[in-house]
Design a protein around this ligand. Structure first.
Ligand code: CDP
Length: 218
C-alpha cells in the first residue's frame, strides 16, 4: 500500500507524514530528500557543469532509511542527512529537480523501494506522476506567510544567519519553479484530498488524515 502527500514547500507534509507513519506503524519516504541529496553532490562536485554531473549519476549509490524522526540519507556510503537541509541546497534544489534525468533517477529509486512495504511518501508529483495509482492521495497547502513562519522556526536553531525574509523568498521562488517547470510540475491531482492547514493545529490535521486513511483501509 502507498499513501502520498504532495504540496508546496513548508506546507507540513513531512512532519505530518512522519507522525502518521509512527501512528500507523508504516514506513516513511521523503522524496524531496532525494532531490536534495543529488543537489548536495552536484554543488560539491561540478557546480558549473550539470551535464558532467549526469555522466556520473549511474555510479551514484543512494541509501535511505527512516529512523524516527529522521529520514537518513547516505550517498556513496557517506551520511549526508544533515548537509542536505542547508539553505544553500534549498536555494538550488528546484534547478536540479527540473532536470528529467534527475527525476528518472529518483523515481526509479522510489518505485523499487515501495515494493517491499507499506509507505507514506511526500513530495510534489507523487500523486500525479510517480504513483498515479496510489491507494490514497493528499494535497497539503497553507498560506505563504504561515509556511515561511514554520520553516523559519525549524531553521533558526540550525542556521543562525538565515532571516525570515530569506526563508520566505526561498519558498516563494521554489513554489514558482516547482509549479512552472515542464517535467512533472507541482499540481494537485484530481483524485487528491485537499488538506489546507492554515489555522489548523498539528493534532487536528493529523486526526483528520488518520481518520480518512482508516476509513479507506476498512
Ligand atoms: O521540505 P520542503 O518542502 O522544503 O522541500 P522538499 O520536500 O525537501 O523538496 C525539495 C525540492 O525538491 C522541492 O522544492 C522540489 O524542487 C523538489 N521535489 C520535486 O521536484 N519532486 C518531489 N517529488 C519532491 C521534491
Amino acid at each position: 500500500m502507498i499513501i502520498v502527500i504532495d504540496g508546496p514547500a513548508g506546507s507540513g507534509k513531512s512532519s505530518t507524514a512522519k507522525k502518521i507513519a509512527e501512528l500507523l506503524d508504516i514506513q516513511y519516504l521523503d522524496s524531496g530528500a532525494l532531490y536534495r541529496a543529488l543537489t548536495f553532490l552536484w554543488l560539491r562536485t561540478e557546480p558549473s557543469d550539470l551535464s558532467k554531473f549526469f555522466e556520473m549519476l549511474p555510479d551514484v549509490k543512494l541509501e535511505t532509511e527512516y529512523v524516527h524522526p529522521t529520514f537518513q540519507v547516505k550517498m556513496n556510503g557517506e551520511d549526508i542527512t544533515k548537509e542536505i537541509r542547508s539553505q544553500e541546497v534549498a536555494n538550488h534544489v528546484s534547478e536540479m529537480a527540473a532536470e528529467p534525468k534527475a527525476r528518472s533517477f529518483v523515481n526509479q529509486y522510489m518505485r523499487k523501494l515501495v515494493k517491499h512495504d507499506t509507505y507514506i511518501a511526500d513530495g510534489r508529483d507523487l500523486g500525479t506522476a510517480v504513483f498515479p495509482n496510489a491507494d490514497l492521495k493528499f494535497y497539503m497547502d497553507a498560506s505563504l506567510e504561515e509556511r515561511a513562519k514554520r520553516r523559519y522556526r525549524e531553521l533558526e536553531s540550525i542556521e543562525a544567519h538565515v532571516t525570515f525574509e530569506d526563508v520566505k523568498q526561498n519558498l516563494k521562488e521554489r513554489d514558482y519553479k516547482d509549479s512552472n517547470r515542464s517535467a512533472d510540475p507541482l499540481k494537485k491531482d484530481d483524485g487528491a484530498i485537499l488538506i489546507d492547514t492554515t489555522g489548523k493545529t498539528f493534532d487536528e490535521q493529523i486526526s483528520e488524515m488518520v481518520e480518512i486513511i482508516r476509513e479507506k483501509s476498512n
